[in-house]
Design a protein around this ligand. Structure first.
Ligand SMILES: NC(=O)C1=CN([C@@H]2O[C@H](COP(=O)(O)OP(=O)(O)OC[C@H]3O[C@@H](n4cnc5c(N)ncnc54)[C@H](OP(=O)(O)O)[C@@H]3O)[C@@H](O)[C@H]2O)C=CC1
Ligand SMILES: O=C(O)CCC(=O)C(=O)O
Length: 428
């Protein structure tokens, strides 16, 4: 998030705007504007050099009216509790709009995982669980990966929880490695979910996807599979992706006038989403500055890195050719920029609808863990497609009927479902 934008204030303001439109009761607003519970803790870790380093960790549980809290754990050097609160709040709306029986939670550790060795990462993951294990569980709160965390880390966390709980408990965490309690399809789920949303949006807007081009910000998990999906499922062209270069401490855009080959770029990308720009250049790619991706004359922009990237400054750089923004990241568009996007009539597929594919397959993973029976990749992706398609149209129908912005329509669907669950449980 850029320095001037606080993600949690942004999440609250988005909610307030729609609460006004829905004329939501004041007491219900108070309930939903803040997380129900949050845990702040310190995680001492013995580093490989024998010294102890203490990390700050958080787990925030926003709402569990519909089911156990659900949401990733982010390892990031600029993590703040407000970012985690925002992400937990958005998880509540995400699970509700996807119509899966889960609530919203999120976790975080202030750390740059790229500075840790593998064994230090393992001890940090186990330490995180040691601090929070009493507050999570398959029927309480189920974490998962997010920025800076991986399936292997989820495997270590599940193992630590199982040891502390005294029984094998795969359903405590999702996004685990396949063969270690994970589900096929989870790796590609979020990026493909973005693409299923785009396919449905284009069908409603009568746009031929095979004639479309896209530019993507980021080249981590979500961006990589969005790029593959855009080229292979929609048959469109991705003209540019951007990434953060750790060595140069700046971002770059990697573009190709003929369209990028996502598989080639993935083959020269490290585990943190950093592309080897020399190898890309040698294959004829152009290397441009960090913001070049957003200036491209493309039909679709897919921000898939972090929060606050389409903001008051960068929104001015968006080409008039852009017709759709599909938010792969959580909270990539600030409130000011959102107003501009709305005014310009660009069709918005909002974050908690657009990137709901990941948590949907996480839900499938926990269902498979409970059954101890695992589905094929095709079964998982077919079910995902079905869920995302239904979610998209449930929001689109409100957008059409109520003549509201797509983000507001998604909030309306989600808030109504959460409020109904709260009423049915006698909370309000
Ligand atoms: N993974 C999932 O299933 C889901 C993820 N999301 C959201 O999607 C977004 C991306 O997550 P994910 O792909 O998993 O995370 P990853 O860590 O795999 O990828 C994010 C990438 O974006 C890079 N990045 C950071 N800042 C910039 C920048 N200014 N310009 C270009 N690249 C940048 C990061 O670099 P570096 O590591 O060097 O900072 C990293 O390589 C996040 O908002 C996440 O919360 C949402 C739903 C589910
Ligand atoms: O897979 C999950 O449970 C959560 C993924 C997540 O953190 C997100 O959707 O932002």
């Amino acid at each position: 998030m850029n320095a001037t934008t606080n993600a949690f204030q942004m999440a609250q303001q988005q909610f307030d705007q729609v609460a006004n439109q829905l004329n939501l009761d004041q007491q219900v607003r108070e309930y939903l504007r803040w997380p129900l519970r949050e845990f702040h803790f310190r995680i001492p870790v013995r580093m490989d050099n024998g010294l102890i380093r203490v990390f700050n960790g958080f787990r925030v549980q926003h709402n569990d009216a519909i089911g156990p809290c659900k949401g990733g754990i982010r390892f990031h050097p600029s993590e703040t509790v407000d970012t985690v609160r925002a992400l937990a709040t958005w998880m509540t709306w995400k699970c509700a709009v996807a119509n899966i029986p889960l609530g919203g939670g999120k976790g975080g550790v202030i750390v740059d995982p790229a500075t840790l060795t593998n064994s230090e990462k393992e001890r940090l993951c186990r330490g995180y669980i040691q601090q929070v294990w009493r507050e999570i569980g398959p029927r309480q709160d189920v974490p998962a990966p997010d920025v800076g965390t991986t399936p292997q880390m989820m495997g270590w966390m599940m193992d630590e929880y199982s040891k502390l709980a005294g029984e094998y408990t795969p359903g405590v965490i999702t996004g685990k490695p396949v063969g270690g309690g994970g589900s096929l399809g989870r790796t590609e789920a979020t990026g493909y979910g973005v693409i299923y949303n785009l396919r449905e949006a284009m069908q409603r807007l009568k746009i031929d996807p095979s004639k479309c081009s896209a530019a993507i910000q980021g080249f981590g998990n979500v961006a990589q599979y969005a790029a593959i999906g855009f080229t292979e499922l929609l048959k469109g062209k991705v003209m540019a992706v951007s990434y953060w270069d750790r060595d140069d401490r700046t971002g770059y855009t990697v573009s190709n006038a003929k369209g990028i080959d996502p598989h080639f770029l993935m083959s020269i990308t490290d585990q943190y989403g950093s592309i080897n720009k020399d190898k890309a250049k040698a294959e004829g790619y152009q290397i441009e500055d960090a913001n070049a991706w957003i200036t491209k004359d493309v039909d679709v922009l897919i921000p898939a890195a972090i929060e606050g990237q389409i903001n008051a400054e960068t929104v001015e750089l968006i080409s008039d050719k852009v017709r759709i923004i599909a938010e792969g990241a959580n909270g990539p568009t600030t409130l000011e920029a959102d107003e501009q996007v709305k005014k310009r009539g660009v069709f918005m597929v909002p974050d908690f609808l657009c990137n709901a594919g990941g948590v949907t397959v996480s839900y499938f993973e926990s269902v498979q863990n409970d059954m101890n029976y695992y589905w094929t990749n095709k079964e998982v992706l077919d079910r995902l497609d079905d869920k995302i398609t239904t979610a998209f149209h449930s929001v689109y129908e409100v957008y059409e009927k109520e003549h509201v912005y797509m983000r507001d329509a998604a909030y309306m669907v989600a808030i109504n479902r959460v409020v109904k669950a709260m009423q049915l449980r006698g909370w309000i």
